[in-house]
Design a protein around this ligand. Structure first.
Ligand SMILES: [Zn+2]
Length: 347
């Protein structure tokens, strides 16, 4: 009797420790409008790679597109920052339209689901954006850059990156792109980063892309940031893109700035790691009534097309130098997506 109650106690204590580890994340993940097409061969959760995240607000769907033909595995993350929607749309198009013919593609359209649970702090008036497809009006969240404070709890004065020890302002504790390679028993955002690190290792990812946006006048707009070990592929890719009339710049990860996907994934896993940035009108300083879909200079269709063309160009560089790439069919060309619009290709 006594022994049994002790066992019960131990189980209860273990459950409590797990709950505390992700507390106060009581909210469940929000399911976003992503409509898997014929190419999707499996759907999982990021918590499959780190069980304590199961049922938490950062749990998010992971889509697998497996050709069953031998070849490399490519990972694409949209929505690390939930207001950087061209990356979310590029990932969504891959899930909805791509049919992989060589190797395997793993796609996460809403990489930080907690960030996509609330409106952007700088432009809360946007809230949502909509696109009218053949199926009708589809509504998508214009979320925030950071994990929802209601899910992670209040920020400390300082955030110390693990394992580098680099110091950041406290709010950066909720930035997924300052949390890599993550910490299994860290805060909610660090645990999410840890889950992606586990995914990269367990799925033996060869090439990884993290899709972002930046203000149109930012140095980062139209940029490929590559881990130094795979910078050559990025340089080849931007030459290829320039011949297609798409102007992108390239730089390598900073040696002294930690927590970013391209830096930490490339350093701590075998994956070649890239981050792509397109210009988002709402991220301009002091933007007034920005139109995140139909901006005259930087429409969402073109920003999305730029992400997809850049991914393709980088993978072409891998094929040239490594002799292999993940390959798929079913997506519009850059020109088709720019001229016909996203609405034509989303389901
Ligand atoms: Zn970003």
């Amino acid at each position: 009797m006594r022994r049994m109650s002790r066992t019960v106690c131990a189980v209860f204590a273990a459950a409590l420790v797990m709950a505390v580890a992700v507390a106060p994340a009581l909210a469940e993940p929000i399911i976003h409008d992503v409509r898997p097409g014929y190419g999707v061969t499996g759907i999982g959760w990021i918590s499959d790679y780190h069980a304590p995240l199961r049922g938490s607000a950062v749990d998010t769907r992971v889509y697998y597109l497996d050709s069953k033909v031998e070849g490399p595995t490519t990972l694409v993350l949209g929505g690390t920052h939930s207001n950087e929607i061209a990356g979310i749309m590029a990932a969504t198009l891959l899930v909805e339209r791509a049919v992989v013919t060589t190797g395997r593609l793993i796609v996460v359209p809403y990489a930080n689901a907690s960030g996509a649970s609330y409106a952007d702090t700088y432009h809360p008036e946007i809230g949502y954006y909509s696109l009218t497809t053949e199926s009708g009006v589809r509504v998508f969240r214009y979320g925030d850059r950071l994990t929802n404070p209601e899910h992670q709890g209040p920020d400390a004065d300082k955030y110390i990156h693990y394992p580098s020890g680099q110091e950041f302002p406290g709010y950066e504790a909720r930035n997924l792109d300052r949390a890599h390679p993550g910490k299994a028993d860290g805060n909610l955002t660090q645990q999410l980063a840890y889950a992606y690190h586990q995914l990269l290792l367990e799925e033996k990812v060869d090439v990884a892309f993290d899709l972002h946006e930046a203000g149109p006048t930012s140095r980062l707009a139209n940029m490929v940031v590559a881990n130094p070990k795979n910078i050559d592929f990025a340089v080849m890719a931007i030459v290829d893109l320039e011949m297609q009339g798409i102007v992108m710049n390239v730089e390598h990860s900073s040696d002294t700035f930690h927590g970013l996907s391209h830096r930490e994934w490339g350093d701590t896993t075998p994956a070649a790691s890239y981050l792509i940035e397109t210009p988002n009108p709402a991220q301009a300083p002091n933007a007034i009534n920005p139109d995140v879909v139909n901006d005259k200079v930087n429409p969402l269709s073109r920003r999305t097309a730029t992400h997809l063309a850049t991914i393709d160009a980088v993978l072409n560089a891998h094929e040239l130098l490594d002799g292999k790439r993940t390959r798929w069919v079913g997506l519009p060309s850059y020109e088709e997506l720019v001229s016909d619009g996203l609405e034509e290709y989303l389901r």
